[in-house]
Design a protein around this ligand. Sequence first.
Ligand code: AMP
Length: 155
Amino acid sequence: MLNIILFGPPGSGKGTQAQNMVDKYGILHISTGDLFRYEMGNNTPLGLKAKEYMSKGELVPDEITIGMLENKVNANPDVQGIIFDGFPRTIPQADALDKFLESKNTEVTLLLALDVPDEELVKRLLKRGESSGRADDRDENIIKNRISVYKSETS
Ligand code: AMP
């Protein structure tokens, strides 16, 4: 399997690059942010729980996030590879991913880190917020919190 982790702060272009790779390699794209937004849009218990954290720019707890990710991978057993976009974001998530992939006799092939200056991230996210419909892209304080959570918990 070709398993790629796309790593980088919010607004660095992970989703855009993931789409380019899906087009090129035909592998499954899993964005934990998109999965949470889908659950939120359907008002599921998971979505309502995730909203408490996402609306503040905080990370959703590991247990919930890891369980959701594993379910998504298990639901797609025949794929040639996976692009992980926005996962892992903490050390326990990274450990869980290693163990999970090992249990499937595979591993992380490559990690690509996108590096973009903070001011550019804020500019891009505010611009995206004009059309994305994402509340967490419209408020500069929430955007700055997401960047600071990336630095303290993810990078
Ligand atoms: P994103 O779409 O990747 O910018 O993620 C949007 C929000 O979803 C984040 O600010 C977090 O609240 C939540 N989220 C996405 N991925 C994760 C993750 N791996 N761990 C915890 N929270 C996450």
